[in-house]
Write a protein that binds this ligand. Structure first.
Ligand code: MIC
Ligand code: SF4
Length: 649
């Protein structure tokens, strides 16, 4: 039997383990990416590894998330990143050049290569046939040091695309349909590999929308073939020589299969507060909105904005709507300017922002109190837009433009003849200008690193004790997101390089007393429901609780990246053997775990609730390697003690 694309890439990068779904494998990483709000911790960790230059084929540091300079913090972080890049041989994409995922597949990605990024939407690179995986900053630091990345061999799902999308229906509706079917946790341990005749109606930007939002299903990644469409894209980018054909073998086997008939899809919308709460726009009723945002790494391409401009057709956005647009990259921005599209959007009342993440993650343009915002981005968790009681809906640029016009969530067919959306194509050649990408000098030894006063060293955990004596610092329900644990907005994201400061806002939106309680309790345990830690890769959601004394997170199930982040920072992730045992825990209870290291090695841990006298059994779903990291007190402590022990003989 032939091989699928995912297995081909893994096989050619395999450094250890057996390629059987669920087994731990080690793979070589060719490229890495970081951005400003996860990058500072990644580079602080990298600095402690004592390595002179990155050991990847290409590492790129992007400045795209927190671009507001309201005080010294963000510009200081950006200067730090710029000097680090020079010193260690990293390319730096300056503020204004665009969102990391968009720029990366435009300018750096290569079919068949592996990419590890300190951002959960790194899988966007799957649009061009890369195996692109999101991770915490420490994992990316290790990859930059030439270490392999360890993942569970995923089950590969072939998603057969049939038929053709109708005008007014687009890539966002494809991925919303996937989310409707698989939910926010259905992708765990899976790679979604897309193929079939339906690919022909999806350009590379459309594919990037689908690959991007595969992250919302908790998937390891999503991938498309490195086919003719990718070759055309590379030619238009002036990178034809870097294209490599990468197709599944005709008789390739898959672990699972799914099928979508594109011609049957209609405009969809994800309702508040989860990306998998998907409904048909036609069945939604009249939902009035106060804000429409077209942007983010999901849907901010040239074609996305041309479609919006055609729907708006010079008409003005509804008087009650704040209509905000942000092109995904400088390249896209230039093309839109060149072709007069930005002018037409401005004519329709659009407020044009610089290329960056911005409103997607609450960095500017927060909705009003109890506001309703419709966005083309990928996450609509509570508070994500910066206003806790606002309601966020996610939809395609077509629905966004129609909604901007009417002021309520509207299908494009209600405001225009959708044939105007036919035949819209990406430019044949892109406006390539890499002058905002700084190439590192050949030698970085003399470069002085500039470290602003807000940049504090990364805290390191202590080794596992003989016994845990803990208090329950929080009991939470299902689908806790990393946005719940460490909220992101303009103010909080500026604290990403200062763990003592950012730890104060841990669970701040949902449980403002959490940090104070942790200080009062000392060592503690968090108890949670299904899919704990879903969403963003931000490792602060592991480091900040660790800094506050959290030693164990016990949940019904856990999201992949967050679980890795907990392990990396020495916080023990445990899963209930019987999920009903969640009810045995209440805030403030005293919990003991005897001889945790021994129990961990057996992968089975008993927790005694001294307050109630009850016991709960948990599984430690860990590999030997992970168990040893935890016992040592996390990756950094392990690396440190290895260094103190000197080179291996
Ligand atoms: C996000 O979309 O949530 C972010 C902000 O890009 C995060 C990264 C971060 O929190 O720093 C992500 O997706 O990993
Ligand atoms: Fe930026 Fe939003 Fe994409 Fe995250 S999801 S990388 S915040 S645009």
């Amino acid at each position: 039997m032939g091989e699928n694309i995912t297995r081909k890439i893994i096989r050619s990068h395999l450094l250890g383990g057996v390629m059987r779904a669920g087994e731990e494998i080690a793979i070589r990483i060719d490229q890495t990416l970081t951005h400003d709000v996860t990058g500072t911790q990644a580079y602080l960790a990298f600095e402690t590894l004592g390595i002179e230059r990155v050991r990847t084929e290409k590492s790129v540091s992007y400045i795209d998330h927190n671009l507001l300079y309201a005080d010294n913090k963000n510009p200081d972080d950006h200067l730090y990143l710029q000097t680090i890049a020079k010193k260690y041989g990293i390319f730096l994409s300056k503020a204004g050049n665009g969102i990391c995922h968009t720029v990366h597949f435009e300018r750096f990605g290569v079919p068949g290569k592996t990419l590890l990024g300190s951002d959960s939407h790194t899988p966007t690179g799957g649009a061009i046939g890369m195996l692109a995986i999101g991770a915490g900053g420490l994992d990316v630091a290790m990859a930059m040091a030439g270490e392999p990345i360890y993942i569970k061999m995923p089950a590969v799902v072939r998603v057969e695309l049939k038929g053709k999308l109708r005008p007014g229906v687009s890539a966002k509706d494809v991925i919303l349909e996937m989310l409707r079917r698989y939910t926010v946790k259905g992708g765990l341990g899976r790679v979604f590999e897309y193929g079939g005749e339906g690919l022909s109606c999806l350009n590379i930007r459309d594919r990037s929308t689908i690959a991007n939002m595969g992250a919302e299903m908790g998937a390891t990644t999503s991938i498309f073939p490195g086919d003719e469409a990718v070759r055309e894209f590379f030619t238009a980018q002036g990178r034809a020589d870097q294209w490599k054909e990468l197709l599944p073998d005709p008789d390739a086997g898959y672990d699972e299969r799914a099928e979508i008939d594109l011609s049957e899809l209609e405009p969809l919308v994800a309702m508040p507060d989860m990306p998998d709460k998907v409904a048909k726009v036609s069945e939604l009723g009249r939902v009035k909105v106060g804000q429409v945002f077209i942007g983010s790494c999901t849907n901010a391409s040239y074609t996305d904005f041309v479609k919006a401009a055609r729907i708006l057709d010079g008409r003005i956005a509804h008087e009650d709507v704040s209509f905000v647009v942000a092109p995904g990259s400088r390249q896209i921005f230039s093309e839109l300017l060149r072709d007069g599209v930005i002018g037409r959007l401005v004519e329709s009342g659009a407020r044009v922002l610089e290329c960056g993440c911005g409103p997607c993650v609450g960095i500017g343009q927060a909705p009003a109190t109890h506001g309703v915002s419709l966005r083309t981005s990928n996450r609509n968790f509570k508070g994500r837009g910066g206003t806790l009681d606002a309601s966020l809906y996610l939809a395609s640029p077509e629905v966004a433009a129609a909604t901007a016009l009417t002021g309520y969530i509207t299908a494009p067919s209600e405001v225009c003849d959708c044939s105007v959306l036919e035949g819209i194509r990406e430019p044949e050649t892109f406006a390539v200008d890499d002058r905002l990408i700084l190439t590192p000098p050949a030698e970085g030894g003399a470069v002085e690193i500039i470290r602003g006063p807000n940049i504090k060293p990364m805290p390191v955990n202590t080794p596992m004790p003989e016994e845990y004596s803990l208090r329950v610092s929080a009991v939470r329900g299902d689908n806790v997101t990393t946005d719940d644990i460490i909220p992101a907005n303009a103010q909080f994201s500026a604290l990403r390089s200062n763990i003592p400061a950012i730890s104060e806002i841990t669970f701040g939106r949902v449980d403002p007393g959490f940090a104070a309680r942790c200080r009062e309790y000392g060592p503690s345990i968090i108890v949670g429901g299904e899919n704990y830690g879903q969403g963003s890769s931000r490792e602060h959601a592991a480091i900040a609780p660790m800094y506050l004394g959290v030693k164990i997170v016990l949940a019904k199930s856990m999201a992949r990246i967050h679980k890795n982040n907990l392990i990396n920072h020495g916080v023990l992730p445990l899963v209930f053997k019987d999920p009903r045992d969640l009810s045995k825990f209440s805030e403030g209870d005293e919990i003991t775990v005897a001889a945790p290291a021994e129990q961990l090695r057996r992968r089975s841990v008993t927790l005694l609730n001294k307050t109630t006298g009850e016991k709960a059994e948990a599984r430690a779903e860990l590999t030997d390697r992970e168990a040893e990291i935890l016992i040592a007190g996390g990756q950094l402590r392990m690396a440190r003690s290895r260094r103190l022990a000197g080179p291996e003989k």
